[in-house]
Design a protein around this ligand. Structure first.
Ligand code: THU
Length: 134
């Protein structure tokens, strides 16, 4: 793992440990690097009223926005599944709002097995819908 990815991995792992996931028992951590080179983290936060819960990625986006940054340059998601934990459809659209270069890397990792997969944002979310369509 490169030092840049290792930094995201360590941050996402720490965030995963803060997840509130009593219903799915599937804690997720996310770490993203913004245009200022800062790392912002998030975890999933579930709710007894299931649809009121949300994913790790929007938590990380929220931290990025409130810090004053506006662009996602790299993202790592960590989950305990055998298959690489991939951002859900809704999160792809949420991320899209703040991804300017669709070539940015999205990493998927496992706490013990490390980095499982890396794709570009364009591979993750082709034919994306953005503000330019409106
Ligand atoms: N989840 C995330 O937080 N991010 C993903 O990329 C995939 C799914 C969460 C949502 C829910 O709390 C749990 O994982 C099970 O779906």
């Amino acid at each position: 793992m490169s030092p840049e990815i290792q930094t995201l991995f360590d941050a996402a792992l720490a965030a995963q440990q803060q997840a509130h996931a009593p219903y799915s028992q599937f804690p997720v951590g996310a770490a993203l690097r913004c245009e200022r080179g800062l790392v912002h983290v998030g975890c999933n936060i579930e709710n007894a009223a299931y649809p009121s819960g949300w994913c790790a990625e929007p938590t990380a986006i929220s931290h990025m926005i409130v810090s004053g940054s506006r662009e996602v340059r790299e993202l790592l998601v960590i989950g305990n599944s055998d298959e690489a934990c991939s951002p859900c459809g809704l999160c792809r659209q949420r991320l899209n709002e703040f991804v300017k270069d669709s070539g940015i890397r999205v990493h998927m990792a496992h706490p013990q097995r490390g980095l499982l997969k890396t794709v570009s944002f364009a591979e993750l979310y082709p034919h994306r819908f953005g503000g330019e369509h409106l």
